[in-house]
Design a protein. Structure first.
Length: 260
């Protein structure tokens, strides 16, 4: 589905049913980031260290009360707001500091907080922070809620190829409506092994026309591995639409990229 039609679809969905909690959480984090934007375009990350008790409480709330939005529990307790700011803003440039604080919870005892929850949260958080942040390729992924599946599948299919195979995979992904662009400038950060000259040469030839039978294996592989079908109108329907915490963080990161 084209990006403009996709945006219209989600706008209609929001008007009819209201925004999902995930969208509300993304909006809330973005509002916190915008509040800290400085005139020069940088973000003020001078955020004081929250207490371990507050961090533990936020982890438990996010795990045990997914029906609550970030804004709802942050408005009731300002210490929780500081935790969200610390985890999602301070960590961008102070990774070791924030990771160290999270790891301290492994040696503490808080009601409802288990080592399993801490390890799971730490794994997800690492994917989002400044050291492990998704590349700028996220800007062209049209379904940020399925970003992990889409990006992992593209890496699997490209498998280190630098020319025709890489160009074919990206070309078909764009044609399927998974990404908005397959230009080298848009994909180079995520796929650094692809050679610009070879890739652009093969991509230009694909743009000139190729038989559908040539694209079919790649198209099938994308649909099978990511898990989606396409309706007659071209709209993509994912099989299993639940949003994982990691994909939620990918979605937040896509919004962060839009600021810079």
């Amino acid at each position: 589905m084209a990006k403009d039609k996709l945006d219209e679809f989600y706008e209609n969905l929001d008007r009819e049913y209201g925004k999902s909690n995930t969208d509300k959480n993304v909006d809330y984090v973005m509002s916190l980031i915008k509040q800290r934007l400085l005139p020069g375009g940088t973000v003020d990350d001078n955020i004081s260290v929250p207490s371990l008790q507050s961090v533990a409480e936020v982890m438990v709330i996010m795990t045990e009360r997914p029906n609550l939005t970030f804004e709802e529990f942050c408005e009731k307790d300002r210490s929780h707001k500081r935790v969200i700011e610390y985890l999602f803003i301070r960590a961008r440039n102070h990774y070791d500091e924030v990771e160290g604080l999270i790891k301290q919870l492994l040696g503490k005892s808080f009601k409802g907080l288990t080592p399993k929850i801490v390890f799971a949260f730490l794994k997800i958080w690492r994917q989002f922070n400044s050291e492990y942040k998704p590349s700028s390729f996220m800007k062209v992924v049209l379904f940020p809620e399925k970003a992990k599946e889409i990006i992992d599948t593209l890496h699997f299919l490209i498998n280190g190829e630098i020319g025709k195979n890489a160009a074919t995979v990206m070309f078909v992904a764009r044609d399927e409506g998974l990404i908005s662009s397959c230009k080298y400038e848009d994909i180079k950060d995520e796929f650094p092994s692809i050679h610009q000259k070879a890739y652009n040469k093969e991509l230009s030839q694909l743009d000139m026309g190729e038989r559908e039978t040539f694209f079919r294996p790649t198209r099938t592989a994308l649909r099978t591995r990511i898990g989606y079908t396409k309706n007659e109108d071209g709209r993509i329907e994912f099989i299993g639409t639940s949003l994982s915490p990691l994909n939620m963080l990918y979605q937040i990161w896509r919004w962060v990229l839009s600021l810079f």
